[in-house]
Design a protein around this ligand. Structure first.
Ligand SMILES: [Zn+2]
Ligand SMILES: [Zn+2]
Length: 401
């Protein structure tokens, strides 16, 4: 596997003399797997523009763009990504599922005619949008795992695996404690390469930046050392951090973790040939196993009961025809049985809630496991419905409205 940095700056592009050695463009990383022609990209800051130029010779591309989160410095390059302007290209965007900020709407938002002359829908490439929760999915011969990170509004960290090699990409993630939380361990443990946000130094962090959603470089180096990482690349450099300051930081970080490097625009790193593992890279149980959702219509209410597993994967499920011709004034989600759901499954829950809010239908949920609680919070679905301990309480609430 190889990877290449196209943008390494945080917050805003800085085309300033004293920053140009490491680069002024905002976040964009390309991962180049062995034996796969698909273009794999993480974040679409202004760095993605030059990645686009490098692809213009190719007639047809299949491109996957994973967005850690939708802050400007991670999406602002999209309108300037050349391959979006050719109908031969297939481009799939991936980002966190948030019911109040759907991925396509968020990306269209920055290209609203108020801000930009061309709308997202007017781009001729074949576009798809895939919304993610914490899960593992497959692109070509890569296995990619996502975890939520500690950032205002949330952000996704990615663990990318091909054969025996692992790259962890964790940007816009605040590390408030010396010991990592489980999500961070899941992402970075034993990775060959860790690419991590190290925007601040400790002094700046403690004095001014607690709660801003970014890490300081000495703590990042200690994490890398403790979690048995191979090589650490510091990235998401602060917009006022000069090349000289970055190199001073590098020296200090190397005293903690000698295999530390600085992410630099244009830098291509080769991890060597991937050794294919004998066992399949994909756990079979992660695909398929769709189960039925039950819809019971009683007295203008619909009770939606989930099975133990609601894994839609690539299969389609559309609830809209179920509601046709029915008069409903309340939707009751019964989550009692649900133990596992994937992004497509939770996407359907979000779609039902979006539909309900359009027609001013009340929505209640009850009998949530800890897992479902966490998921609803992660996807902001919890803000759009009322949660009850059991069906009696939920019905009580609905009857009083
Ligand atoms: Zn950022
Ligand atoms: Zn951010």
């Amino acid at each position: 596997m190889k990877f290449k940095f196209w943008g390494v700056r945080g917050s805003i592009p800085v085309p300033e003399q004293e920053m140009l050695k490491y680069g002024g463009n905002t976040s964009c990383l390309q991962v180049i797997p062995d034996g796969c022609d698909d273009i794999i990209v993480f974040d679409a800051g202004t760095g993605i523009r030059r990645l686009g130029f490098s692809l213009m010779q190719r007639e047809k591309i299949n491109c996957h763009i994973m967005i850690s989160h939708i802050h400007w410095d991670h999406i602002q390059g999209i309108p300037f990504f050349g391959p979006l302007y050719s109908k031969e290209n297939k481009i799939k965007f991936y980002g966190a599922l948030k019911v109040d900020a759907r991925l396509k709407e968020a990306l269209s938002g920055q290209m609203d005619s108020l801000y930009f002359p061309i709308k997202l829908d007017e781009l001729t490439a074949n576009m798809e949008f895939m919304e993610l929760i914490e899960e593992t999915f497959i692109i070509g011969n890569l296995k990619i795992m996502t975890r939520n990170q500690n950032h205002p509004g949330g952000s996704l960290g990615f663990r990318i695996q091909q054969g025996n090699q692992v790259i962890a990409y964790c940007t816009d993630n605040e590390l408030p404690d010396e010991e990592p939380v489980q999500n961070v361990v899941d992402l970075i443990k034993d990775a060959d390469v860790l690419i991590m946000d190290a925007m601040y130094d400790e002094d700046e962090y403690i004095k001014y930046r607690v709660g801003w959603g970014h890490a300081f470089f000495t703590r990042v180096a200690r994490y890398a050392a403790k979690q048995n990482v191979g090589k650490l690349y510091l990235t998401h450099h602060g917009p006022s951090v000069t090349d000289d300051v970055l190199e001073e930081r590098l020296e200090i970080a190397r005293r903690i973790f000698p295999e530390t490097y600085l992410a630099r625009e244009g830098l291509l790193v080769d991890l060597g040939q991937t050794i294919k593992k004998v066992e399949s890279d994909v756990e079979k149980s992660e695909i398929g196993c769709t189960d039925e959702v039950k819809f019971n219509f009683i007295d203008n209410k619909v009770f939606i009961e989930f099975p133990e597993e609601f894994i839609l994967s690539e299969s389609s499920f559309n609830f809209k025809h179920i509601f046709k011709g029915k008069h409903v004034n309340a939707i009751m989600f019964n989550f009692a049985n649900l133990k596992r759901i994937d992004s497509r499954g939770i996407g359907q829950v979000a779609a039902i809630i979006n539909f309900a809010s359009k027609f001013e239908i009340l929505v209640a949920a009850y009998s949530l496991t800890e897992y479902v609680h966490y998921l609803l919070k992660l996807t902001h679905i919890d803000s759009l419905l009322t949660i009850f301990e059991n069906e009696t309480q939920a019905l009580d609430f609905i009857e009083k409205r």
